[in-house]
Design a protein around this ligand. Sequence first.
Ligand code: AN7
Length: 353
Amino acid sequence: MAPMASGIIDRYAAYLPITEQTPRITLGEGSTPLVRSSRIGPSLGLESLYFKYEGLNPSGSFKDRGMVVATAKAIEAGARVLLCASTGNTSASASAYAAHCGLRAVVMVPAGGVAAGKLAQALAYGAQIVVVKGSFDEAFALVRRAASEPGIALVNSVNPYRIDGQKTAAFEVAEALGQMPSELFIPVGNAGNITAYWRGFCELQRRAGGSLPVLHGAQAAGAAPIVRGKAVPRPRTVASAIRIGNPASWMNAVAARDESGGTIEAVTDREIMAAHRRLSREEGLLVEPASAASVALLVKRAQQSKVHPDKPIVCVLTGNGLKDPKAMTMGLKLPAAVEPSPRALRRALDRLT
Ligand code: AN7
C-alpha cells in the first residue's frame, strides 16, 4: 500500500501548537520543491537562485500550510464554520479544508477582485460565497466583527495558527538548502506570510544556530501601503491577490524587515508581468502575478548590484498560475485551427528557426 499523505501537522508537530486533541488532518500540504533557477539567475550573474514553488500545494497556494493548522485548531475548539475575507487564495484554501473536514466555509470576496480560477475553486468546494461591492479591506473589516460569534473560526492570517502553519515553509527552505538562505524575496499583501517566514527562520536559528536571512518584501506600486507609510484607500494592481490597502500584519512586516536588515519595496505592474513572463518562458514555472512580484524585486535589486552573486537567494512563488488564466495569456493568442495535414506541422517546425 502506498504511504498515506503526510502534511505539515505530522512533519512539524514539535514546532506547532498541537495537542492530543488536535485532529491530524491533511490534504498533503507542504513539502513543495525548491527549484534551482535555470536561466533568470544566470542572466543576472547569480550562482544560486532558487524558487520555493508554493503553487504545488493542494489548493494551489501557500495558504494551505496555515489553513490546515487553523482548521485543525478550529475543529478542536468546536467550530463548525470557517470564515474569511479574501482576494481569492485564502477563500480557496478555507473552502478546500472545510470540505475535507465536513465544516462550512463562508468567504467574503471583493466583486471583480478575484481571479477566475480562485472563485471557481470556492464554488466547486461548496463554500458560501459573499461577493461584496467593495474592497478586500472593507470585506476584512466586516468578517473581523463577526469572528467572535460562537461556532465560527476566523481564518484570515490574524488567526495565529495561520502564521504558525506558514512558518513551516521557512523550515523547508533551510532544510533543502542545508543552510539558511542569504536573502529571501516574498510578495506582501496582508503581510501574514512575511511575518510567518521571519518567525520560522528565527525559531530555527534559536534551535539550530546559523545566520538569519535578509528579507525583502515586494508590494505592487499601486497597492504599497507599507512602502508609502500610509493606507491606500483604493489599491490598484494587476496582481489581484495583493490588492490590499491596509494590511492586517503591517507592524509585523515592518518588524521582519527591520530585524532582518531588509527592505519592503514597490514593483510596478509592468515589472511584475515581465517577471511573470520570464518565470513561464525561461523557467517553466507558472505562477500568478502576485507571486511574480518577488522575482520582479529580485531582478530590480540585482540590476542595481544589490544582490550577493554567490550566496543562496530564494524567491517565494506563492500561488499557481492556473488560478489566473487571464493573466497567464495576457498579450498572447491561440492560433486559428488548421487542417490536420503534414504541412501544418511543417510550417510550425519551420517557424522555429
Ligand atoms: C498568491 O487570499 O490575502 O502578505 O485573501 O494570494 O500573507 O497576505 C492572499 C495573499 C501573496 C500575499 N501571494 O500574502 C487572500 C490573500 C499570493 C496571495 C499573497 C497572497 P500575505
